[in-house]
Ligand binder design. Structure first.
Ligand code: CLF
Ligand code: SF4
Length: 493
């Protein structure tokens, strides 16, 4: 995965100015989605609750990191896209079994990460089973950590079955962000997704299982919304099973007070050993995912920057530093040093002001255009909201739609085999990147060689490094205006 704000460059710095310098030359990615709303779009109290949460605010994910601790392996339902030998597919990319942690081990890991990753703002428990079914360990972990690092945000992901039983405790523990995975509101559709549930000491199958799950999910969502907890709903888009149905899910969760809706593509592979993987159920194509997301616009706000991270992920969204913090690397005794995180926050506050001003200028540039053209622009970025990554190093691209109405974040696309494996190899294959860039009009990056630029051009995709290190919105609006506007000089090759 691509790294966003360069943690390497920041973690060694001790002064605010040094951090700011590092941010402006590395920075994060993207900008704008349903979670893209900024301080001007919502009450200050609400903005303060999401502004440092990389999942709830698309803008925040440029700057802040989450970490998951895998303390909750047990689960009370079976999803057809999950194999318990792998990480929870709701909130993680399927992979080999996570290192399961006890609450004490998790505590030491969080403190170690907080001392080394200044961007850390959220501690999430997202499995690998269900955080609420395995509540004892989830609760013990949160208690230990919040005592030592009181300003860390606590976040939970759940399938919702056990949720209504824990709402009071969630409120008491100041757990302000809860994700419920809701894949259906029609239990008949649920029968194609959930073979069984375990509820109230009993196992249920078929329609009854899905009916109970559905009722508990809706009840839990309503209870949380009533208590003012910010609820994100995750839905796994399963072509042929719930794709069109997710539009109804979106409306239903909005009506019950969900803050965000995250529609994620099914990840299905026979190698994962899941029911869907083994029976050939495919995941959606880029265009299918986008079509469902577009059909939901006007409903519950959409999150589009989810990376379907692992249940033990560490770092900014889109990067995984988990391997740097395995148990054998965690000290037996830990002491929290708050200075590095607080210095980082000062730096980010200033950088964000610059970014807001840049976005405003970008909007003014687009106001000079009167075209009805809409183009998709893919950006290679490693953080800070800037065009700052070499084309050949990009393991994913941020995709934006540019029009006279503005620059809109659409989502990210992963490159299965990064074009450049360690250097700018002219003979490296572009096949995988081409597939990733299907439907893209222009690629913006910090640097691109003549050879890949020519090959992209032959495939009808323009590529430019003329906007290197500029904010993404600044770059895209200038690109758009240079093509369709009257005011700017073209700067694109
Ligand atoms: Fe973790 Fe989930 Fe909290 Fe984020 S992840 S528990 S809300 S802190 Fe975020 Fe990862 Fe997507 Fe989840 S990118 S999979 S939405
Ligand atoms: Fe797997 Fe998560 Fe579903 Fe449980 S809720 S079966 S852990 S995907």
């Amino acid at each position: 995965m691509a790294s966003f704000v360069s943690l390497d460059s920041l973690s060694g710095t001790t002064s605010a100015d040094a951090m700011r310098e590092a941010l402006s030359t590395s920075g994060c990615k993207s900008s704008a989605c349903g979670s893209s709303a900024g301080p001007g779009d919502m009450p200050a109290e609400l903005w303060n609750r999401i502004k440092d949460h990389p999942c709830y605010s698309e803008e925040a994910h440029h700057y802040f990191a989450r970490m998951h601790v895998a303390v909750a392996p047990a689960c009370n339902i079976q999803c057809n896209y999950c194999n318990r030998k792998y990480d929870c597919a709701n909130e993680s990319r399927p992979g080999v079994v996570s290192e399961k942690l006890t609450p004490d081990q998790a505590f030491r890991k969080v403190v170690t990460v907080a001392n080394e990753v200044p961007q850390l703002s959220v501690l999430g428990i997202a499995g690998p089973g269900d955080a609420l079914y395995d509540w004892r360990k989830t609760k013990a972990t949160f208690e230990l950590v919040s005592r030592e690092i009181p300003d860390i945000k606590l976040c939970i992901s759940t399938n919702g079955l056990a949720l209504p039983d824990h709402v009071d405790e969630l409120v008491d523990m100041n757990i302000d962000h809860v994700t419920i995975t809701i894949n259906m509101i029609d239990p008949l559709i649920g029968t194609k997704i959930y073979p069984w549930i375990f509820y109230d000491h009993k196992r249920y199958t078929g329609l009854v299982a899905s009916q109970i799950l559905h009722e508990r999910q809706m009840l839990g969502l309503e209870m949380l919304a009533e208590r003012g907890i910010l609820v994100k709903v995750n839905s796994v888009l399963i072509p042929g099973i719930n794709d069109q149905h997710l539009i109804e899910v979106n409306a239903a969760v909005k009506a019950r007070g969900a803050f965000l809706h995250n529609i994620m593509p099914l990840i299905s592979d026979p190698a994962h050993g899941t029911h869907f993987g083994l029976t050939g159920q495919r995941g959606p194509k880029h265009a299918e995912l986008m079509a469902v997301q577009e059909a939901c616009s006007g409903g519950a706000n959409l999150m589009r920057h989810c990376r379907q991270c692992r249940a033990d992920a560490v770092g900014l969204l889109g990067e995984d530093r988990g391997q740097e913090f395995t148990l054998d690397q965690i000290p037996a005794e830990v002491a929290y040093d708050p200075s590095i995180r607080s210095t980082y926050r000062e730096v980010v506050a200033r950088e964000r002001q610059d970014h807001v001003a840049a976005k405003q200028e970008a909007t003014e540039v687009l106001d000079l255009t009167d075209s009805d053209a809409r183009i998709l622009v893919a950006v290679a970025t490693k953080g800070g909201g800037r065009v700052n990554q070499h084309f050949g190093h990009a393991k994913e691209f941020q995709v934006y739609e540019a029009s006279a109405e503005g620059v809109r974040f659409i989502g990210h696309r992963k490159v299965e085999d990064a074009y450049c494996q360690g250097g700018f190899g002219e003979d490296a294959t572009l096949d995988s990147v081409m597939k990733t860039l299907e439907g893209i009009d222009t690629v913006l990056c910090a640097k691109i060689g003549d050879c890949p630029q020519e090959q992209l051009k032959a495939a009808g995709i323009a590529a430019s490094d003329a906007f290197a290190f500029e904010y993404i919105e600044t770059a895209i609006s200038a690109l758009y205006a240079s093509r369709y506007g009257r005011a700017l000089q073209a700067r694109v090759a």
